[in-house]
Design a protein around this ligand. Structure first.
Ligand code: SF4
Length: 795
């Protein structure tokens, strides 16, 4: 198979179109070769959570095809999903534990040597610098059972909340938005709303490339029902924006004003749902509550003409978007990083929820305010298990005395073991990481798994030294930019080599069964966690210390769902046996084994929490018997959602005379995150071999740049040199760079801003002020770059 990017996109479009018109694509399109067995599982990559069948032949995974019964993808997959097996059989897989020696080179070690060494160093740092001197940095790509286990080891074993994960970098603002508006994290509805929506509003999401199977569903809805309106709000005219009925172009970070302006138009035209507003909402600024009239007065300042001047979004487009959204009868918004990776990410989320609340576009079929998550298990693994510095399992804060006491009891540890003070959020954690000779760096060691912070953190120049100087343990399947800074590298098993649960964007948990043995000496994370626990005297806390990863995972899952059984996120009814049987997984809340799972929350008759005695008693809830919609996680216990008065604020950094361009970054359809896996799949690597900078022709001509020229992109923090692609995709004044390239000079995260949202602590990846300079004409650059030599330098 040898396809170009163009051929691939055409093939994907053809598959989507075939699906939309009801033509079935033969299974052979998604699989190759005969197999000994097909094993049910979930895709390893994005947060869509596509169901797959994994084909095994002679003890190797040789093929992947879509699961036609999966309610996420109905049998369809994108290129990443169906070629994922090529990652597993790649010769670059890490094969043995490795320990860095005094000469700076790695040496192969036995598992006992490596684990004894890691445990002894962790003990040393704990004794010398205190319980918070050793941090865990996990991932939305770890299994739920793995995240739960590491979280338990740190918080219940070490008494430390120095626990974070890369979902802080992508979804924390969505979490903040859901909690501040509805009182509880994660969407109200489900993907199934797409097929019932009459207006679909895509904001800060290049859905066609980043969530291609969701995009397929949107396209199918539109093709089957041409009257359905699609609105896209984005600084770039992406493939997603190209199919829209209406594009709302905006300068990065200015969309807050557009959302307020839409609300103003909705109120002015009396398109509000007054009955819903009166019964189910309150207006607040976080300190006081106000009348709805006060909200109407507040948004009055955002008239479309003024907003057009501020944002570059045409006033007529704002008016039209407001009308379509408010009058469709069922409007659904979907968003992802464009809304979240901002210093005002929580506010942006709140303002989208505002539009849904004032029009009553929530809690009914086809109407939802839906955050698409980036990673396959950011929701299930990190958000729901509370594997972040401020949370406990069940997404309750560590500061909650009652919940801490509950978790301590469930974990069988002494009262007071769990620290009531949150640990450091991701950027502070990395800023606090350093060597023993640096008294300003209190974190001396870190264990990181299934993520690549030495390429994925923003403003990398600030954080590399800390990772290099500290004692860094990396669990991964390939050498990466982060293993280049590590002291110990532990080879990990791939999901299909261990099995376990992923929970996707729509509250759906799906079990992947183990398909094959891990190669060489690679091990599941849960085994590594249990072995470290044993060596640190905490074997009783992590009793699932065994070679059988499915058994260990089941024990961890069973305990996790018991600990959280009375929360609004309950998965108590989703036993391992049941998850093995269910073809499409289960959506929480699912309180009992006979419960089918929940399509829509907060609606009587659909949401089981209305009648869940354990939940109501434990959290002191009383739901009036006549309430049809009730936001029961409202902290004031009035069952209301918050309509927020949020002032307009621009990004932390905006263009000026010295740095006259906006830079925004993102993904392309073929590549996943830092490319460590997808860049090793030959078909994908060939289709999209390197990073580049997109420049509008008007800007390119000012700088004498043509496609292929090498261009320096520089911010106050760092620089990158990339080939130019001159295109009208981005508006003038806006540059775009995809961030998957591992080539040092093209790692764009050196340039990105690490300023964080004050509420969510999520950094502003999406917006930086930069300048550009033509460096040369086209040159031959090294492409398809991957780190293959474990002893190579970070340069
Ligand atoms: S859309 Fe996402 S979950 Fe589905 S196959 Fe592609 S990468 Fe996997």
């Amino acid at each position: 198979m040898n396809i170009s990017r163009r051929q691939f996109i055409k093939a994907s479009a053809a598959a989507a179109t075939a699906a939309a018109i009801g033509v079935s694509v033969p299974k052979r399109s998604y699989a190759e070769g005969d197999v000994d067995k097909w094993v049910k599982g979930a895709c390893r990559f994005c947060g869509t959570g596509c169901g797959v069948y994994v084909g095994v032949k002679d003890g190797k995974v040789v093929s992947i095809k879509g699961n036609p019964k999966a309610k996420t993808n109905f049998g369809f997959l994108c290129v990443k999903g169906f070629l994922a097996y090529k990652v597993m059989n790649h010769p670059d897989r890490l094969k043995y534990p490795m320990i860095r020696q005094a000469d700076g080179k790695f040496k192969r070690a036995s598992w006992d040597e490596a684990l004894d060494y890691v445990a002894s160093k962790f003990k040393y740092f704990h004794e010398k610098y205190g319980k918070d001197a050793v941090a865990y940095y996990g991932s939305g790509q770890c299994l739920t059972e793995e995240s739960y286990t590491f979280n338990k080891l740190w918080k219940g074993g070490f008494g430390s909340n120095m626990v974070e994960g890369n979902p802080r970098l992508c979804m924390a603002s969505a979490v903040g938005g859901y909690i501040t508006t509805f009182g509880s994290d994660e969407p109200v509805g489900s993907y199934a709303d797409i097929e019932q929506a009459n207006c679909i509003f895509l904001v800060g999401s290049n859905t066609s490339e980043c969530h291609p199977i969701i995009f397929r569903r949107i396209m199918r809805r539109k093709l089957d029902n041409p009257g359905v309106k699609i609105i896209v709000c984005e600084p770039r005219k992406t493939n997603t924006a190209k199919i829209a009925d209406l594009w709302l172009p905006v300068d990065p970070g200015t969309d807050l004003a557009v959302f307020h302006s839409m609300a103003r138009e909705i109120i002015k035209n009396n398109w509000v749902d007054k009955a819903f507003i009166d019964k189910n909402t309150r207006v607040t600024d976080g300190k006081n509550t106000y009348s709805f009239e006060k909200y109407a007065e507040f948004v009055e300042q955002f008239d479309p003409e003024s907003v057009e001047k501020l944002t570059r979004c045409p006033a007529e487009n704002i008016r039209k978007a407001a009308e379509w959204f408010a009058t469709s009868g069922a409007s659904m918004t979907l968003w992802t990083m464009g809304l979240n990776q901002r210093t005002r990410g929580v506010w942006a989320n709140n303002l989208i929820h505002n539009l849904h609340l004032i029009t009553g576009n929530i809690c009914k079929p086809g109407a939802d305010s839906f955050s698409l998550t980036g990673q396959p298990n950011a929701c299930g693994g990190v958000r729901e298990t509370g594997t972040l510095c401020h949370l406990l399992p069940g997404t309750k804060p560590v500061t909650n005395d009652k919940w801490r006491a509950h978790v301590e009891k469930e974990w069988g540890i002494a009262p007071g073991t769990i620290d009531p003070k949150p640990g450091f959020h991701t950027m502070k954690m990395f800023d606090s990481l350093g060597g023993e000779d640096d008294p300003n760096k209190p974190i001396k060691a870190m264990l990181t798994s299934t993520t690549n912070p030495a390429q994925s953190l923003p403003n990398l120049n600030k954080y590399v030294k800390g990772m290099k100087d500290a004692f860094l343990v990396v669990i991964d399947i390939f050498p990466t930019r982060t293993t280049q800074l590590a002291d110990v590298v532990l080879p990990a098993a791939f999901i299909y080599e261990k099995g376990g649960v992923f929970g996707c964007s729509e509250r759906r948990s799906q079990l992947t069964e183990k398909c094959v043995e891990p190669p060489f000496e690679a091990k599941p994370d849960i085994w590594i966690a249990a072995q470290i626990a044993k060596r640190m005297g905490l074997e009783k806390l992590i009793p699932w210390n065994m070679d059988d990863s499915m058994k260990a995972n089941e024990m961890a899952w069973t305990e996790y769902t018991r600990v959280t059984k009375d929360t609004d996120h309950t998965l108590y009814g989703a036993t391992y046996d049941r998850l093995k049987r269910e073809p499409a997984g289960i959506q929480w809340p699912c309180p009992s084994v006979d419960h089918p799972g929940t399509y829509k929350r907060y609606v009587r008759g659909m949401d089981p929490m209305f009648d869940h005695k354990g939940f109501l008693a434990k959290f002191g809830k009383q739901i009036p018997s006549d309430a049809k919609v009730y936001f029961y996680m409202d902290s004031k216990n009035e069952g209301k959602a918050n309509i927020w008065l949020r002032p307009y604020k621009e990004a932390a950094e905006v263009p000026d005379a010295q740095y006259p361009f906006y830079l925004t970054t993102g993904r392309v359809i073929e590549q996943w995150h830092t490319g460590t896996m997808t860049m090793r799949i030959p078909e994908i690597a060939r289709a999209h071999p390197n990073g580049y900078v997109e420049i509008h022709p008007a800007d390119a001509s000012k700088y004498n740049i043509v496609t292929g020229d090498m261009v320096l992109v520089e911010s106050k923090r760092g620089k990158s040199v990339l080939p130019a692609v001159v295109t009208k995709t981005s508006m003038p004044g806006i540059l775009f760079v995809p961030w998957h390239d591992q080539a040092f000079d093209r790692m764009i995260n050196f340039v990105c801003n690490d300023a964080v949202d004050p509420g969510s602590k999520e950094p502003e990846f999406k917006i930086a002020a930069v300048r550009i300079q033509r460096v040369s004409g086209p040159v031959k650059i090294e492409d398809k770059v991957v780190i293959t030599d474990i002893n190579s330098a970070y340069s």
